[in-house]
Write a protein that binds this ligand. Structure first.
Ligand SMILES: [Mg+2]
Length: 374
């Protein structure tokens, strides 16, 4: 099989993030036990009720902040692909508009930081002292873009993280996921899961992160399942929470725990393993989908999941166009990049309208959770 092109890997990252997010969202913050009862099969129950088609029932799903912030990061990279501080300002401006569009949900720290941005606080001071996983969920695309440029990868991941989160663990978590994406992009020779984890442990300077990554390495070496990892990690309610020291090991375990032959680009297996962990399932599954999508490109995304993505105005086709523009952004002139951003602009009012529809769907799911099976 041909190696995916750079544009296709970037598209795989965006689409993989989206399908993981959409599949994980209905299960967000459910215990693994309750999630398994409510959603017995990952593809049968998306966020939007499945509709019958000639071929049987089809999964439909919508995305949340994980994908939205990944897409905004991609746009900020197209605008400013070389200078971290300028790129941070480009992302911060988009985060302000994201908040103004009325998102149905987001982490507390991210909401607070975006509120500060809206009040005129510069992105260098807007971050709050939180170790939530907000920066981690948008980091894979940075690593995929700067796969061959470790200095820029670290710098961009840091400034991106610090717009919303200043805790060093949140920054280190984002840098680790960006590094993982860079390793996923490098085609050959494909590293073993143990070697990938060893490289990630060696790269990070954050001791708390090293400890949880060692736990994943041990779980992989022993071939343990998600339940054993949850016990060894001491996750509350059995699943990873939105704490970055839960999210990063959960996502990396899910990404790397498959059979060796299908590890790095196994989007379906990786996302299903992330879903099986429960907890903050949309974020862990989004990160895994992004990493596996980097490795395998769009061909690695199961066709039924890609087609089931129920998104507008930034749907699968928009993500492909965004990835194509991003792939050439580093070498494109400022005029060309501005024209690309113009072509990617969505109609005024489209995002708030989409968010209103999304809110209705989320509320319906919240009500559904009150009912059986418990
Ligand atoms: Mg989310």
């Amino acid at each position: 099989m041909n190696e995916p092109t750079r544009a296709d890997r970037l598209a795989g990252c965006l689409l993989g993030t989206a399908v993981g997010d959409a599949l994980g969202l209905p299960r967000e913050n459910l215990s693994p036990r309750r999630a398994a009862k409510l959603f017995p099969g990952p593809v049968r129950h998306g966020l939007v009720p499945a509709v019958r088609s000639v071929g049987g029932s089809r999964w439909r799903g919508m995305v949340s902040d994980d994908t939205e912030h990944t897409l905004l990061s991609a746009l900020a990279l197209i605008e400013e692909p070389a200078d971290p501080a300028r790129s941070a300002r480009a992302l911060a401006r988009r985060l302000k508009w994201w908040l103004a569009g009325g998102p149905a949900g987001a982490g507390k720290a991210t909401l607070k930081a975006c509120g500060k941005l809206c009040c005129g606080v510069p992105p260098s001071c807007s971050g709050v002292n939180s170790a939530g996983n907000g920066p981690t969920m948008r980091a894979a695309i940075l690593g995929a873009f700067f796969a061959d440029d470790p200095d820029r990868r670290r710098a961009f991941a840091e400034v991106s993280a610090r717009i919303t989160h200043t805790d060093p663990r949140a920054v280190a978590g984002a840098q680790t996921i960006a590094h993982a994406a860079a390793l996923a992009v490098c085609p050959s020779p494909r590293q073993s899961p143990a070697a990938t984890l060893a490289a990630l442990i060696e790269e990070t300077t954050e001791p708390a992160l090293q400890i949880v990554l060692e736990t994943v390495a041990a779980a992989l070496a022993r071939g343990e399942d998600g339940r054993a990892l949850a016990e060894a990690s001491g996750w509350p309610r059995g699943g990873p929470s939105g704490f970055v020291l839960h999210t990063v090991p959960a996502a990396l375990w899910a990404w790397l725990a498959g059979e060796p032959a299908e590890t790095a680009d196994d989007v379906r297996g990786g996302i299903e393993r992330a879903l099986s962990l429960g907890g903050d399932a949309d974020s862990t599954a989004a990160i895994v989908g992004g990493l596996a999508g980097c490795a395998g490109g769009t061909a690695a995304i199961p066709a039924d999941w890609r087609e089931g993505l129920w998104e507008w105005p930034r749907g699968a086709e928009w993500m492909r166009r965004c990835a194509a523009e991003l792939a050439s952004a580093a070498d494109a002139s400022a005029e060309r990049r501005a024209a690309a951003l113009g072509e990617l602009r969505v109609p005024p009012g489209a995002v708030p309208a989409r968010n209103a529809a999304f809110l209705v769907v989320v509320l319906a799911h919240a009500l559904r959770r009150l009912g059986p099976p418990w």
